[in-house]
Design a protein around this ligand. Structure first.
Ligand SMILES: Cc1ncc(COP(=O)(O)O)c(C=O)c1O
Length: 371
């Protein structure tokens, strides 16, 4: 058989991905459980039809209208008003962060993160041939700032990836800790033109909209920190996981660098039209978030009332445990039609927040299994 020259570091690996099983209650990938309303669907359909009439042409490669709409959305959501030129988007925040590593990582460069955290970070590093260094979080899932300092000074990473709220724990990093890391990272990057550069600090706020009252967004730190990137997505709170639209807010020079590596016309005209249509309905979509947050807090309370450990969550999922055999609990839930996720430290499981009916299906099944 002809041998194929697959990269040596990819040989024998399995593709990443949670199981996509056809079961009644899917609480495994932190989606918004509510389908878009008929109004949203109509607006998207009409907008996509208009875009379809011009599909013989390449799309607006700088997606100016979409950047302005995203800037408006961020101002409404977090109170931080940004120039649209400071926003960049791609096909999901996974692509946004991969572009960051394409531009700032690569051979001879290092990216750092702190476990437990989102498992795709390691794959961004691998795919861009960037050296991967992983520290660990403290037992309370916050950063150990001494360890962060030690690793940043020793490894001189060009990029630090911090999820806040974090996946799979659901916990946010206190804003004072984010400031400390940013101050430190201002001089811990690789040598550039004979002097130390900054490490870019990516605060991944994929779940930012679910943060509890009083928890600020890292967007508030942008004005003072040119090496900060805040990553967001329409996949979670916005209920548009199928659209594939992620974006980031950061200094213009970071966007200039990303524009060197992005593929030409990477955001299709169809994606741009659908995202713009969805953003026109932001009030309706955001109203769901309050309900989902309440559902999440209720779920944490219920789990604790039944004697489980459950972490406080600023996201739309809850990490709970602890189980001697978490795989057995996962399988028993699946047998009852409820799909959750085996992820995180040993003994813990992660469940996404669903509709009240889905939550009931989950709690009923869990009670049965553990009775
Ligand atoms: C922490 C975190 N960041 C980023 C993403 C990627 O989201 P998307 O590529 O859909 O924007 C996810 C998805 O689960 C996530 O959990």
């Amino acid at each position: 058989m002809t041998r194929l020259p697959v990269r040596a570091d990819l040989a024998g690996l399995e593709p990443y991905g949670a199981p996509q099983l056809d079961v009644p209650v899917r609480l495994n990938v932190n989606e918004n459980p509510y389908a878009p309303s008929p109004d949203v669907v109509d607006d998207i359909a009409r907008s996509v039809a208009r875009a379809a009439a011009g599909l013989n042409r390449y799309p607006d490669r700088d997606f100016s209208e979409l950047r302005a709409a995203l800037a408006d959305y961020l101002a409404a959501e977090s109170g931080v008003r940004l120039d649209p030129a400071l926003i960049w988007a791609a096909n999901g925040s996974n692509e946004v962060m991969t572009q960051i590593l394409q531009a700032f990582g690569g051979p001879g460069r290092t990216v750092v993160s702190f476990a437990p955290t989102y498992s795709m970070y390691h794959e961004y590093a691998r795919d861009t041939s960037t050296r991967w260094v992983q520290g660990s979080r403290r037992a309370d899932h916050c950063l150990d700032l001494e360890e962060v300092e030690r690793i940043l000074r020793a490894e001189r990473p060009s990029v630090v990836l911090l999820a806040s709220p974090n996946n799979p724990t659901g916990t946010s990093l206190p804003v004072e800790d984010q400031r400390r890391v940013l101050d430190l990272a201002a001089g811990t990057g690789p040598l550039v033109d004979g002097g130390p550069s900054a490490s870019l600090v990516v605060v991944d706020e994929a779940y930012g909209e679910f943060r509890r009252d009083g928890v600020p967004s890292a967007l508030e730190l942008l004005a003072d920190h040119p090496h900060l990137v805040v990553s967001r997505t329409m996949s979670k709170a916005f209920g548009m996981a199928g659209l594939r639209l992620g974006y980031m807010a950061c200094d213009r020079r970071i966007i200039d660098a990303v524009m060197l590596v992005r593929l030409p016309y990477h955001l299709s005209a169809v994606t741009q039209a659908a995202a713009l249509a969805a953003l026109r309905h932001r009030d309706e979509l955001m109203a769901q978030v309050a309900g989902l947050r309440a559902e999440r807090d209720g779920l944490v309370d219920w789990l604790r009332s039944k004697g489980f450990d459950a972490l406080d969550s600023d996201a739309n999922f809850v990490l709970f445990g602890r189980f001697d055999d978490r795989d057995a609990v996962f399988r028993a839930l699946l047998d009852r039609g409820v799909l959750i996720r085996v992820v995180g430290p040993d003994g813990w499981l992660r469940v996404s927040v669903g509709t009240p009916e889905e939550t009931r299906a989950f709690t009923t099944a869990l009670e049965e299994i553990t009775a």
